[in-house]
Write a protein that binds this ligand. Structure first.
Ligand code: ATP
Length: 427
């Protein structure tokens, strides 16, 4: 059977749905055999109700005692969920072995939809009741959306995936300053990158695999190669951990990005990849956010932004000029395109008028006086008009990304793509 749950934690208290997943992964083994790699699913990153990373968890168990599994899971959700927070609305979904085939296709599609679209609670409830699934929704039941989507991930046959090993703190340390030796993280990263990624952010000199929130996670190691992930975790020195769990995940896959052709198709709270033409010189406002306008083939325009947390990425964005052709990936919020990745397809030629060059000595001519053209003082050559010269762009064609410190869980790091020189990974 599949067990999936979501929305158990709160921003103010030290819990995390993935921690409950790690506990249940161990505890449920008394009822049978866990048959899949535990799943950590990231859903639509723009959803306003999310606590942090919009995560949900699914486990799969082969058991002769499904009723005991259900009671155990419900008891643990009720123990751990932060019900006092008005924004915590837990949801749990169970799919019995006999129901798997009949709902596989619908739930697999629901998984993709929940990563990309905005889903209503009623829609999740309708699917649950039509498929006669056992489920428990607490308070407004919003967690049923994520739980149902995570169960769909367990059923979906094919989706790109990576791994994240999560190390959890001893409960007595929760809420206190994390003790991790930064140097050991740099060393670990150096040994395993690019098999693991987003441990550190080199351009901003930051350790990024250690969170700062109140949750029980000490660090999370991301990658595709399980041995390299374990090696990284083994190299990191710091406070004792309580437990670790290696999750299979849709993080780092770009699953949230919807291909789009026209600005009129873009909706708030959705994420896209779209080709546009830059139409304004980027400007930076107080607070450090950088904006420019761009247009599609139909002449509609949209504001595009590289916000302050994207740090050095903004320097790149500021070098764009009107007529550059770019492919942007990112999400739309309040009508503004929030850039995660920027592909420069075509760079407009930048030029300026300068004094003409002397054909004989190669030096710049000087003005010969008002309305009298230009003259080389040494060679006495003359020219009547200024010369148009090309200015180097200081930008290269290629794909760029925000630095690791600003990366969305779902965004695919460029290092996962072909290493053909066209990509410019940010490390
Ligand atoms: P947690 O650790 O509790 O899972 P989180 O950051 O993952 O924290 P949640 O507290 O789960 O965020 O809040 C996200 C809520 O939004 C959940 O109730 C989830 O069911 C719901 N949700 C997720 N994706 C969508 C979506 N695409 N449309 C509507 N609601 C969604």
């Amino acid at each position: 059977m599949i067990i999936a749950f979501d929305d158990t934690d709160s921003r103010n208290t030290g819990m995390c749905t993935t921690y409950l997943g790690a506990l249940l992964f161990e505890e449920l083994q008394q009822y049978g055999k866990i048959t899949n790699e535990p799943l950590l699913i990231r859903l639509n990153p723009t959803i306003p109700y999310k606590t942090r990373g919009n995560a949900a968890v699914a486990l799969q168990i082969e058991t002769e005692r499904p009723e005991e599994v259900i009671s155990h899971v419900i008891e643990r959700v009720e123990d751990f969920a932060q019900f006092q927070d008005e924004n915590t609305n837990p949801g749990v979904v169970f799919i019995h072995a006999g129901q798997v085939e009949s709902c596989r296709e619908e739930l697999a599609n629901f998984f993709l939809e929940t990563v990309r679209q905005v889903i209503t609670i009623d829609r999740a409830k309708e699917i649950i009741s039509r498929n006669k699934l056992e489920a428990r929704g607490y308070k407004n039941g919003r967690g049923l959306i994520g739980a149902l989507a995570a169960s769909g991930a367990a059923l979906a046959e094919k989706w790109d995936y990576t791994y994240e090993l999560l190390a959890y703190r001893q409960p007595e340390n929760w809420g206190t300053l994390r003790r991790v030796d930064d140097e050991s993280v740099w060393k670990a990263d150096n040994a395993t990158y690019p098999e693991t990624w987003d441990n550190v952010d080199m351009s901003n000199n930051l350790v990024v695999c250690v969170p700062h929130s109140v949750d029980p996670v000490l660090y999370g190691i991301r990658g595709k190669n399980k041995a390299a992930i374990r090696e990284t975790a083994d190299t990191i020195e710091g406070e004792n951990t309580e437990r670790t769990l290696l999750y299979r995940t849709n993080q780092g896959t770009d699953m949230h990005l919807i291909p789009a052709s026209f600005i009129e198709d873009l909706q708030d709270l959705h994420s896209y990849t779209i080709q546009l033409k830059v139409t304004s010189i980027p400007h930076t406002i107080e607070g450090g956010h950088t904006f420019f306008q761009s247009t599609d083939e139909r002449g509609n325009t949209i504001d595009c932004a590289a916000f302050e947390p994207t740090k050095n990425f903004r320097e790149l964005v500021r070098k764009l000029i009107p007529e550059d052709i770019v492919v942007l990936s990112g999400s739309v919020k309040e009508g503004t395109f929030n850039i995660e990745k920027l592909e420069i397809k075509k760079l407009e030629t930048k030029s300026e008028l300068v004094n003409p060059t002397c054909s004989s000595c190669g030096k710049k001519m000087k003005s010969a006086g008002k309305n009298q053209g230009y003259r080389c003082r040494n060679c006495k050559t003359t020219a009547s008009e200024l010369e148009m010269v090309e200015i180097p762009r200081e930008l290269e064609i290629g794909i760029y990304e925000v630095p690791p410190c600003a990366r969305r869980h779902l965004s695919m790091p460029l290092i996962r793509r072909d290493k053909d020189g066209y990509i410019h990974p940010s490390r």
